[in-house]
Design a protein around this ligand. Structure first.
Ligand code: 5GP
Length: 119
């Protein structure tokens, strides 16, 4: 669950502009971009800037509030843009929980009635 933050993880590279991404929101606190392997149309990721938190548990408390405000702001923007029937927010901590990229991120996944995840 815990470990050393890798400065060369894929989201750190996206933050540095070394890997392209489809950005949908950015300020000094957070960056939001489209998931490259979306589980549903509009699947968006929100990551904090200026931190070396591998997951939610490692996020410095004083940075958590501002970051979570951005997660909500992006989720509201996704709702306005796509008008889904529902929105899932998910966040995985550790390999056993399904985490694959070790820079904190929230998934924003729009859901539509009658459509299962992954379609
Ligand atoms: P996790 O399982 O760690 O919570 O989710 C990592 C997410 O990052 C996955 O949904 C995966 O599709 C996404 N992802 C992995 N590599 C890239 C990439 O290079 N670019 C983007 N935009 N998303 C990625």
């Amino acid at each position: 669950l815990h470990g050393t933050y890798d400065n060369d993880n894929i989201f750190a590279k996206i933050l540095r502009g070394e890997i392209p991404s489809v950005k949908v929101y950015e300020d000094d606190v957070a960056l939001a971009f489209m998931d490259a392997f979306p589980q549903a149309d509009g699947h968006t990721l929100v990551i904090p800037k200026g931190v070396t938190a591998r997951n939610f548990l490692e996020m410095p408390q004083e940075k958590l509030g501002p970051y979570m405000e951005r997660v909500q702001k992006v989720a509201q923007a996704v709702e306005r843009a796509l008008a889904p029937d529902g929105i899932i927010l998910t966040q995985f901590n550790g390999e056993a929980a399904g985490q694959t990229v070790y820079h904190l991120h929230f998934h924003i996944i729009p859901r539509r009635e009658g459509k299962s995840i992954g379609t």
